[in-house]
Design a binder for this molecule. Structure first.
Ligand SMILES: [Zn+2]
Length: 83
């Protein structure tokens, strides 16, 4: 399997770090609804600081857990509805 390489400095193996960023629009929403405490972060090469992406601070696992919780609630509501 190929190893991930930084496009600027070429360091291998590359390590990435998450760095909080301050968007010009203070309440910028990157991917749909933001949850309290969600802040955008840059994903950057830990060696040279080149940004390779931007993401919400909350990770996908937390969002999937929230969706699962909502689906469970909807399921319970649906079971109570008359057929
Ligand atoms: Zn780099």
């Amino acid at each position: 399997m190929a190893k991930t390489r930084c496009v600027k400095c070429g360091v291998v193996p590359v390590t990435f770090e998450l760095v909080p960023i301050m968007p010009t629009a203070p309440r910028l929403k990157l991917f749909g609804p933001s949850y309290a405490g969600s802040k955008p972060v840059a994903v950057q090469c830990a060696a040279c600081g080149t940004t390779i992406g931007v993401s919400d601070f909350l990770n996908i696992k937390e969002l999937m857990d929230k969706l699962e919780e909502i689906a469970g609630r909807l399921d319970r509501i649906e079971r109570r509805l008359p057929k």
